[in-house]
Each structure stands twice: as C-alpha cells, then as structure tokens.
Design a protein around this ligand. Structure first.
Ligand code: DCS
Length: 289
C-alpha cells in the first residue's frame, strides 16, 4: 500500500485530498523539499529540513512542526512504505482559502503533504556523464527559496529534453547560475568553482556536502560567479543534486567538455560523496559507481 502524510496524519494515498482552492494549487504558494533515502535512512535530513524552515520563513509561512518532529514523521512514512532506495517529497502550502492574492488570516493553517518514491541511483549517467544545453535564466530573483513555483525551471528543462539532453545550464546574461534542478560546478586547473550561495541559486544540500568534502580533503575551491566563456573552457563540469549526487557533464550544446569524458576531479568527488553516504546511511552494495 502507498501511504502518504496529509496534515500530520498517515493516510492511504487515495484518501488524501486537497481542496481546489489550496494556495499551492492556485498560486504555487508554498515550499518543498526532496530528501534522499539510502538503506531506508534519510541522508542529510537535518540540512534539508532546516532549509525548508528557512524557505518557509522567507515567504512568511510558519511551519506547525519542529525539524525533529518532521523527521520522525518522515521516518515513519519511509518505514511504512518500506522504501530502501528512493526519495521523500514534502511540501507546505499557505493553506486552503478563497482565491485572493493577499495572504489569508492566521486561522488558515498550512497544508502539509509528504510521499515517498523508489528512485534508483542514476548509475549510467554517473558513470558516463550527462549532456546539457545552456539556456537563459528567466526565473525570479529569489532562487534561494525552494518554492513550488518552478515554471522557469520546467521550461528550461523541457528545452533540454527536446534537445535530447538531461539538463539545462542556466545563465543570466554571461553569468552561469545553476541547472534547472541541479547546482553546477566547473573545474579549471584543479580548482572547483561554483556560484556563491546568494539569491540567484538554490544553495543545494549536495552542493554543500561537496564543498565540505573539498575543505576536508584540501581540494581548492572558489564560491563565485563564473562566465559562459569559463564554462566553455572548463577542464571538467559536474552537477550536484539530491537524486543524482555528483554527475559529470561531458557535452554542452553538442560540444565536448574538456576531452569529452568524466574528469579525475569529478571522479574523486563522486567517490568522496559515496563515502559520505556510506558513513551516514550504511553500505551502498551493488549500487556503487
Ligand atoms: N537547484 C535547483 C533549482 C534545484 O531544484 C535543486 C534540487 C538543486 C539546485 C540541488 O539541490 P539539492 O542538492 O539540495 O538537491 N531540486 C530537487 C527537485 O526538485 N527534485 O530533486 C531535487
């Protein structure tokens, strides 16, 4: 059976109903998170849930649960659905109320839903790499908020899909920001470069894990904006994200990145990232890259 959480209650999915005037449905007025599950355990749960609290605060939604309470509920859901390898998705909207732009009163409680899904590690992509296109970043100026409003991301990702690619690398003018649903880093002369965590990107938890690993292993890195020219001249390019961990990009706009195969720095970070997962969630068995 497929169980979900709806406003704190565990229900069968078919019994969970949200009103057509829920502000998430009407306006995309809400925030969300996606957390990885390995061996039935959440990976970097506190970091994700803390970001959820911050995203909610930035748009004036007060979450009715503490981080620890949320984590307990999610763990119960994962165990009930017997998910070994997958994700948990959770979102809070500003609640159900007659459609009007201004926020409803404090009597309207946020709507909370969470569900799980079995998701494999993208083994082939992790080994061989992904293809990407570049696309103008037309999103709003608060990309630091993990908001339900994803139209800018979806339009870009659809273009990538239609071009037979996996991801769209977004840029504002000449400045590269992030992927449509991933963070991007380049490697030049042994230095990892990724956009600083400001309002132009989502500060990815996988990005933060990757930077922590750089620090711990004396890998030089710079958190700064880089240009399309730097992207095109990079030795290596890789993406980070909850479901993909660290994935090499081997082709951008049909041109090979570097020599067109995953680079040594990307390989090193993939392996360190796996070690981090193993430390927190236990061995990865047959799914190791
Ligand atoms: N940038 C954007 C725009 C994202 O949507 C995501 C995650 C990331 C970066 C990477 O962040 P994490 O490392 O914290 O995952 N997107 C989630 C999503 O919508 N589906 O899966 C992950």
């Amino acid at each position: 059976m497929d169980w979900v959480i709806h406003n704190g209650e565990m229900l069968e999915r078919k019994n969970a109903k949200v009103d057509i005037e829920d502000r998430g449905y009407q306006f995309g007025d809400g925030v969300y998170e996606v957390i990885r599950i390995y061996n039935g355990k959440l990976f970097t749960a506190t970091e994700h849930l803390q970001r959820l609290v911050e995203s909610a605060a930035k748009v004036g939604i007060t979450l009715p649960y503490k981080v620890a309470e949320l984590q307990t509920m999610l763990e119960e859901l994962i165990s009930k659905n017997e998910v070994d390898l997958g994700i948990v998705y959770l979102q809070f909207t500003r609640g159900e109320s007659p459609r009007k732009h201004a926020f409803p009163g404090i009597d309207v409680a946020p709507t909370f839903v969470a569900y799980t899904r079995k998701v494999d590690r993208p083994q082939a992509k992790m080994e061989r790499g992904m293809k990407a296109i570049t696309e103008e970043d037309i999103r709003w100026l608060r990309c630091d908020i993990k908001s339900l409003n994803l139209l800018g991301n979806l339009l870009a990702n659809q273009k990538a899909t239609e071009a037979g690619c996996d991801e769209a690398i977004l840029h504002r003018g000449n400045t590269v920001t992030e992927g449509s649903h991933t963070n991007i880093s380049i490697v030049k002369n042994g230095i990892v470069i990724t956009h600083e965590a400001d309002n132009f990107i989502l500060n990815g938890i996988s990005r933060q894990v990757m930077l922590k690993l750089c620090k711990e292993h004396d890998i030089p890195f710079e958190e700064r904006a880089f240009t399309l020219e730097e992207l095109n001249a990079a030795d290596e390019v890789f993406l980070t994200g909850t479901t993909i961990e660290v994935v090499p990009v081997i082709m951008i706009n049909e041109k090979p990145v570097g020599v067109g195969v995953p680079g040594t720095m990307t390989r090193k970070l993939q392996s360190l990232f796996e070690d981090e997962i193993v430390r927190e969630c236990g061995p990865l068995l047959e799914n190791r890259v």
